[in-house]
Write a protein that binds this ligand. Structure first.
Ligand code: UDP
Ligand code: MG
Length: 311
């Protein structure tokens, strides 16, 4: 059986088309399948439309969150409750073409345990989004030792084993695609051209994008902390040498030192650096705090079609 996990957040305009396209593709593969929709606290008609889908087609399972917990958490809930031997994660907005799934299944049958869908090209997205995404994936690659593939989103197929390993990872600030690579299972790749959104607008405003990027980096690298301390070391060494020079001038020369510019520059540089380091520390400490509270990752208000749960 194949499970398709679909996180949805205010996607009323795309749901029916999505259902049509996925079922057409999946029916053609002759595989048994289920569609696990996670309603991530939508405020539009999404949930009632999902209920309709469930009524019409029992292969549609619905998880309804009590509020918006975010895309990565929605995917996690899907993975916690799905039953398939192969699990596909796909966006609801049809930016990830369901028509790619048969090719992914093929690779899985040939033995790959993770099949990434790599974007060759992105259509209909702003230059800003493309540029920040490109920078983000490359920065992350430079900062971490985990083999996280570049330009790959969450659209991927995973073997049941991979998902079982993921279920044991309960960290709160999740960067799912990193966790998947971290498991170390055999990875393969298919490429595709990413379409523009079928309808509606992006559910990833800048704020969510920044949080997402920071989660990716802080979950998979402690290098920012090391860079901060290395820079701190270099700056204070330079400061110490300069102090010797200033003391020498004071004690052994009669030169009048005006020094205002120097002081302002030093204050700006050092304070700027201190604040930046504190900020970096704060990002990590904040995440430690989140973890230590041990709250559940999400709250399911209602679910349809799930027989039993993981926990
Ligand atoms: N999504 C979600 N919760 C959120 C934001 C997004 O479940 O808080 C879902 C959304 O419905 C879509 C997928 O995550 O299925 C990707 O979001 P979107 O297409 O808006 O992101 P973009 O492609 O613009 O990066
Ligand atoms: Mg999208």
């Amino acid at each position: 059986m194949v499970s398709i996990i679909i996180p949805v957040f205010n996607e009323e305009e795309v749901l029916n088309e999505l259902y049509k396209r996925i079922t057409t593709v999946m029916d053609s593969t002759k595989e048994d399948y289920e569609l696990v929709f996670i309603d991530d606290g939508s405020s539009d008609n999404t949930y009632s439309m999902l209920k309709e889908l469930h009524k019409k087609d029992r292969r549609c399972k619905i998880i309804h969150f009590s509020r918006n917990f975010g895309h990565q958490i929605a995917i996690t809930a899907g993975m916690d409750y799905c039953k398939g031997d192969a699990i596909v994660i796909i966006d609801a907005d049809l930016q990830d073409p369901p028509e790619l799934i048969p090719e992914m299944l093929e690779k899985w049958k040939q033995g790959a345990q993770i099949v990434h869908a790599k974007r060759k090209k992105r259509k209909g997205e702003s230059i800003f989004k493309k540029a920040t995404a490109a920078i983000f994936y490359r920065t992350l690659k430079a900062l971490t030792n985990v083999e996280i593939p570049v330009d790959v989103g969450d659209f991927r197929l995973m073997d049941k084993k991979v998902v079982q390993s993921l279920r044991s990872m309960r960290e709160r600030n999740r960067f799912v695609r990193g966790l998947v690579s971290w498991t170390g299972y055999k990875q393969a790749e298919v490429t595709y051209i990413r379409d523009p959104r079928f309808a509606g607008t992006t559910k990833y405003p800048l704020k969510k994008m920044i949080r997402f990027a920071l989660n990716g980096i802080t979950s998979f690298s402690d290098k920012p902390l090391k860079i901060a301390s290395l820079l701190g070391f270099l700056l204070s060494t330079a400061g110490f040498i300069y102090m010797l020079y200033v003391l020498y001038q004071k004690l052994f020369t009669t030169q009048v030192v005006q020094g205002w510019t120097t002081i302002v520059v030093l204050i700006l540089v050092f304070n700027g650096f201190t604040l930046l380091s504190l900020g970096i520390l704060g990002e990590y400490v904040g995440r430690i705090y989140e973890e230590i509270k041990q709250r559940p990752l999400y709250i399911i208000e209602e679910s349809l079609g799930l027989e039993d749960s993981k926990e």
